[in-house]
Design a protein around this ligand. Structure first.
Ligand code: HAM
Length: 418
């Protein structure tokens, strides 16, 4: 084969598309119930948006972006995530003037140059939601409830919700100093990756998957113990509210997330069915992001989830996706004139919402019948020489093989009646 898709990308074929449609429709339905409106942003943005918004020391910006110079010499990046683009669009279009709280959702393709493996792609599809303009406990809860509802409707069982607070930027700075002092004593025992992160992004050492790092950080100072009373009590309020609503959560001091914009609440939805990349989704607050991008201080919170991962887990959990809708009526036309009549009838039926199919290969009666069976069509309508003379075709119901003569002009009525 001469051409192959780029590594880490995928073709979504017709046999798989129904699962995609189901998840996408569910995302839309649930967001509608929660009164979120859809936002779409460009596939690419100026590189600087992500460098500033997500942070140049993060893996995403430092290692994973698809960045290039366009013909005008501008540095462009295919979007690796949606929070910074949504924040940019919010500012550029002054959405705050329309309503002080904006509830936005998206389904869009993301690009990250990562090592492909189960549930990890170089182009993946994210759905997610953001609330801009509120720092209330309710907004934290709303986002977590929204995500949970989508997962439940996609048949995802056995997920856990991990939650943490990484405080405000100032609190985090102080904590990072304490963490570094602790890690300094054991620097040589850290993995190479963590040694590098010690300078660039020490917080991420906490969520390293390396055994040695995990053991070393087990007794490291915890960020929750370094929050101001206000941040701590905010976090406790979020936890209490979620517990009150019966949401099972697990506080995880390692949950620092990989993007620099986070403040206070961070959370992830974890599924044991995903292997080492166990997050089906994640998010948190980002109360400083809009300001970083040049706006007035504006709080925000959101989450995003990989659609591929949701489908993967749903399939592993044997979720019964709705059966695809089949062609209702297959036309078997046996002469050129029969084809003309069929086409005319088909056009009228399709206008009335009846799905129809017919033969494109001038196949024999038998072969057309086989095709109708393969398509699982509910009816076939047969038109040959004799039927043309009578002005009526033979309508056969596939489920019980019953058949009756139905005049061309009565076909729609007859289908709608049965
Ligand atoms: P993230 O954790 O980088 O967060 O990505 C969100 C989700 O996207 C992950 O939990 C995972 O399900 C999926 N995902 C990420 N990378 C890949 C990949 N290479 N292949 C397949 N799936 C992937 C964000 O992107 C934040 N913008 C989320 C957010 C929204 N925070 C606040 N608002």
């Amino acid at each position: 084969m001469k051409f192959q898709k780029p590594r880490g990308t995928k073709d979504i074929l017709p046999k798989d598309i129904e699962h995609w449609h189901y998840v996408e429709n569910t995302v839309r339905e649930v967001n509608k119930l929660y009164n979120f409106s859809e936002i779409r942003t460009p596939t690419f943005e100026s590189t600087d948006l992500f460098a500033r918004g997500v942070g140049s020391d993060t893996d995403i910006v430092g290692k994973e972006m698809y960045t290039f110079l366009d013909k005008g010499g501008n540095s462009i990046t295919l979007k690796p995530e949606m929070t910074a683009p949504v924040a940019r669009a919010y500012l550029e279009n002054s959405l705050m003037a329309e309503s002080p709280v904006q509830k936005l959702y998206y389904i869009s393709n993301m690009f990250r140059y990562e090592k492909p493996q189960l549930g990890r792609f170089r182009e993946h599809t994210q759905f997610g939601a953001e609330i801009l303009g509120s720092d209330s406990i309710e907004s934290d809860v709303e986002i977590i409830l929204l995500a949970e509802e989508i997962y439940k409707r996609c048949g995802i069982k056995n997920f856990s919700i991990k939650i943490n607070s990484i405080g405000k930027i100032e609190e985090r700075k102080n904590y990072i100093d304490t963490l570094k002092t602790y890690l300094k004593n054991n620097f040589e025992s850290l993995s190479d990756d963590s040694k590098r992160r010690f300078e660039t992004n020490p917080l991420r050492i906490l969520d390293s998957k390396n055994e040695k790092d995990i053991r070393l950080t087990e007794n490291a100072p915890k960020i929750l113990d370094h929050l101001t009373p206000a941040s701590k009590s905010r976090f406790e309020e979020v936890i209490d509210r979620l517990k009150y609503l019966g949401i099972d959560i697990e506080i995880d001091f390692r949950l620092v997330r990989g993007l620099d914009y986070y403040t206070d609440t961070t959370f992830e939805f974890i599924s044991g069915d995903l292997g080492s990349h166990d997050a089906i989704g994640g998010g948190g607050r980002y109360d400083g992001l809009i300001e970083t991008l040049g706006g007035k201080p504006t709080p925000g919170i959101g989450f995003a989830s990989g659609l591929e991962r949701v489908i993967l887990v749903a399939e592993k959990n044997n979720f019964k996706f709705p059966e695809p809708e089949n062609v209702i009526l297959y036309f078997i036309s046996l002469t050129p004139e029969a084809k003309n009549i069929s086409l005319k009838l088909i056009t009228g039926l399709r206008d009335s919402g009846i799905s129809c199919e017919y033969d494109f290969l001038s196949r024999s009666f038998k072969a057309q019948m086989r095709e109708a069976n393969k398509l699982n069509s509910q009816y076939v309508y047969i038109i040959g020489e004799e039927e043309i003379n009578k002005g009526a075709g033979l309508l056969k119901k596939m489920s019980d093989s019953s058949q009756s003569e139905v005049a061309f002009g009565d076909l729609l009525k007859s289908i709608l009646k049965s």
